[in-house]
Design a protein. Structure first.
Length: 319
């Protein structure tokens, strides 16, 4: 009996079944938003028994041009150092910081960062790169375990402590009370595609607009679709499809950011990296008080007034 042939046959069958399941997740009935949110909550914020072994973030194994869809642990999906490995983890932070600096420079913004909040910090890959050069760093996530891991990683590169914010997936605004207009930079990287639909993603942009000081900048990444390559918007089975739950057209996200009161200034694309494909990164700025956000595609101009009652507490720990 040829064991190699049997193994190859089993792998092909498993691959075929996976494709079939994903196809039915696209065309089958849609699970309601509350069911998807519950599933997202139990996956990210539940205990390890509740989350189970399944995830579906495609990891491109180094050296492979095709990429392989494989079962990925929760720690890998959360971008923990031990989950994606040292090289990939360091690359995430270094590449995001380099891209961020390129956009800041192109916008003629000052190099110092001030107060930075990262929405969905995971295992701290970006935090370890940005926190050492920030005046204050606030790590926010829906998973308390990831917050602990993020703090642990940052403590190896920054002596001053960072703050943490625990987000409830279904009430994300709650965590931010008192922080309105107190952040200079809002980071959200490798998170929006995991939201259960475009409206949840846009809700996070609205939060960014509230947290930023006038003149502050959001550095936000989405997964994009195009007419030719349209990653599926899945309708159900969050756990299986989490890496592609929410995608936007590149121009669609540009316009929707403006509708949230954030002025889209620049964008850069990463069609493929070792983790996945179709990444678009936006530099969005909050206009100075009284300035207008121009809709770059529509022909209207909207005036943006000041939000809330003023500056939130700086230097106070939360959670
Ligand atoms: C793929 S990891 C990305 C971590 C980090 N931003 C990075 O670039 O390495 C996604 C993180 O987003 C968190 N997350 C998932 N849904 C979220 C939501 N709706 N709001 C905030 N964070 C969320 C997860 O707990 C996880 O830590």
């Amino acid at each position: 009996m040829n064991h190699e042939l049997i193994r190859a046959g089993r792998a092909r069958t498993a691959h075929g079944l996976g494709r079939l399941r994903r196809a039915t997740d696209r065309v089958g009935w849609r699970q309601g938003p509350s069911r998807l949110i519950d599933d997202a909550k139990s996956y990210w914020a539940g205990n390890s028994a509740a989350r189970g072994p399944m995830g579906s973030l495609p990891i491109r194994t180094p050296g492979s041009s095709t990429g392989t869809q494989q079962r990925v642990t929760w720690e890998a999906n959360s971008h923990w150092r031990g989950g994606i490995g040292d090289d990939a983890w360091c690359e995430v932070g270094a590449e995001h910081l380099a891209m961020f600096r390129m956009l800041r420079k192109a916008l003629d913004n000052p190099p110092d960062l001030g107060v930075v909040i990262e929405w969905g910090c995971g295992g701290g890959a970006n935090a370890a790169a940005f926190a050492p050069i920030s005046e204050r760093f606030i790590a926010a996530d829906v998973s308390r375990e990831s917050l602990v891991e993020c703090v642990r990683q940052v403590s190896t590169v920054r002596s001053a402590p960072i703050d943490t914010l625990h987000i409830e997936i279904d009430h994300p605004e709650r965590a931010t009370a008192g922080l309105e207009e107190s952040c200079d930079i809002f980071l959200c990287l490798y998170v929006l595609e995991l939201t259960t639909g475009p409206e949840e993603a846009i809700r996070i942009l609205q939060i960014a607009e509230r947290l930023l000081v006038p003149g502050g900048m959001a550095f936000v990444q989405i997964k994009y679709h195009t007419a030719e390559s349209r990653p599926p918007r899945y309708k159900r089975n969050y756990r299986r499809n989490l890496a592609n739950m929410t995608t936007f057209g590149i121009d669609e996200f540009w316009v929707r950011s403006a509708e949230c009161g954030l002025e889209p200034k620049l964008l850069t694309l990463v069609p493929k990296n070792r983790l996945d494909s179709n990444y678009a990164y936006y530099a969005l700025t909050k206009p100075a008080v009284g300035a207008a956000v121009e809709y770059p595609i529509a022909d209207t101009v909207r005036s943006v007034g000041p939000f809330g009652s003023g500056v939130g507490p700086r230097g106070t720990a939360s959670q």
